[in-house]
Design a protein around this ligand. Structure first.
Ligand SMILES: *Cc1c(COP(=O)(O)O)cnc(C)c1O
Length: 459
């Protein structure tokens, strides 16, 4: 005899006590949709697998799980235990928690983003950052757009649309797979004129390539994520400026990371600052807000007023403009730079790069102690290295302290997978059969979260 298929009606499910909370927290049509789905699955299972009918409560609980999963934000906070400070896939720079209140206040209220309070007249959103940026860098003018790719595009289009831009073959970089100098040049409507070779570009290469009528700009690009070693030569910014001056051409420098202070005293290699680039004569310098600067995603353009004024009037600027949150986050970050010590203490990116060995070791010891409570884990303190990331200082290996763990009852692959799927996902490195936690990018407060997540995986 054929078994009877039993599925409660949607009305019955909606009237159940258990549904009350769901209806209070989620839109009714969404609840109905998931109830229907749960009921359909049960009907199908009864038909094809001879499964037992489900009770109303069982079906509601199933729907509850799928509703909650569907309603989860896909963008969530994670713990970066990789040690890579500017991890592009994990959002590059983390902002100072000191900015939290300020940012929430700006986000949830009306603000004078394009309004001048003194006069009651319309203002410009670009004024908020210009003063701070010119003061910090010594530039005549400044403009902030969506990211550095946008800054380069806008600069090229404004300064050289329909004209030639001269670049060394050793600087035709690709960043993160989606930003390539030759392609951004085409997009900006400029003609790329490559000079020199991959390893060597000389002053005469630029000089010979300049066409009085066709050339509009000399461009220098920071190699950022690679380096050329051995038999190589390039033309310095200062020399490029001399060539530009003789030919009456502006010089632009895409610096990529663009730091505003040197971290040499803290053991990092010498890195040219934005101030250095301007002092060397660059007419336009562009850089990212969320690389070494340690701010939000943004593209900063600093340099000569005559060029930046033209950019401000360009139609493309509107399409690349930043919102009030970016302005607030960048302003809050830049403000720290008026005092170098304050910047290193308060900007997480700088703090994580400049942190002392003692502090790292103490953090690793704390984490080691927290994790050693588990008999099913072999835990050890190890020395290792971290990366800057974000295509900055690619060769640099920063000495760091790691906590290495080896789970005894599961594979390391399963262990790190489970860690990624936890309440607060923890992203760690693996080496052979070890999971490595690099404490450089884990804050003091996050150590206990890591410990909780590990405990959850093991239980
Ligand atoms: C990172 C980088 C870019 C792109 O900057 P985004 O802020 O990621 O858009 C462009 N040029 C150079 C040299 C870079 O290093």
């Amino acid at each position: 005899m054929k078994k009877k298929i039993v599925v409660p009606s949607i009305t019955e499910m909606l009237q159940a006590d258990l549904a009350e909370d769901l209806l209070l927290n989620y839109p009714r049509n969404l609840v109905v949709e998931h109830f229907r789905k749960a009921a359909d699955i049960s009907r199908h299972q009864q038909l094809t697998e001879e499964a037992e009918p489900k009770t109303v409560s069982e079906l509601i609980n199933e729907a509850k799980r799928t509703i909650e999963a569907a309603y989860q934000p896909t963008l969530v906070r994670v713990i970066n235990a990789t040690g890579t400070v500017l991890h592009t896939n994990l959002g590059r720079a983390r902002l100072s928690s000191k900015l939290r209140e300020e940012l929430v206040d700006i986000a949830c209220n009306y603000v004078n983003v394009e309004y001048t309070l003194e006069t009651g007249q319309r203002g410009s959103r670009y004024d908020h950052l210009e003063q701070t940026l010119t003061k910090l860098t010594g530039a005549e003018a400044a403009l902030v757009v969506n990211n550095n790719a946008a800054a380069v595009l806008l600069s090229l289009t404004t300064l050289a649309q329909g004209k030639e831009v001269i670049v060394s073959r050793g600087e035709l970089v690709e960043i993160g797979g989606s930003f390539r100098i030759p392609e951004i040049m085409t997009l900006g409507g400029c003609l790329l004129k490559e000079v020199g070779t991959t390893n060597k570009t000389h002053r005469f290469d630029y000089e010979r390539a300049i066409d009085e009528d066709e050339t509009a700009l000399l461009l220098k690009v920071h190699r950022s994520n690679f380096s050329i070693v051995g038999f190589s030569e390039s033309v310095s910014l200062k020399e490029l400026k001399e060539i530009g001056q003789e030919a009456g051409l502006p010089v632009m420098y895409d610096m990529g990371s663009g730091s505003l202070l040197s971290l040499q005293q803290h053991g990092l290699p010498e890195e040219e600052t934005v101030q250095d680039a301007l002092a060397a004569g660059a007419d336009i310098v562009t850089f990212s807000g969320d690389k070494l600067l340690g701010g939000p995603q943004a593209g900063v353009i600093v340099g000569k007023k005559e060029y930046i004024e033209r950019m401000k009037r360009h139609q493309l600027t509107r399409a690349l403009r930043v919102d009030k949150l970016t302005i607030a986050a960048l302003e809050g970050t830049l403000r720290q730079y008026f005092d170098e010590e304050q910047a290193i203490a308060n900007i997480p990116t700088l703090q994580m790069l400049a942190v002392s060995d003692d502090v790292l070791k103490a953090k690793a010891e704390t984490l080691c102690r927290l994790l050693s409570q588990h008999d099913s884990l072999a835990v050890r303190l190890e020395q290792g290295t971290s990366k800057v990331g974000g295509g900055s200082m690619p060769e640099l290996e920063l000495p760091t302290w790691l906590v290495s763990v080896s789970p005894k009852q599961m594979s390391v692959t399963d262990f790190v997978t489970e860690l990624r799927h936890g309440k607060t996902p923890v992203i760690a490195r693996t080496k052979f059969d070890l999971c490595l936690f690099d404490v450089r990018t884990i804050t003091e407060d996050e150590l206990s979260i890591v410990a909780d997540e590990v405990a959850a995986v093991l239980s």
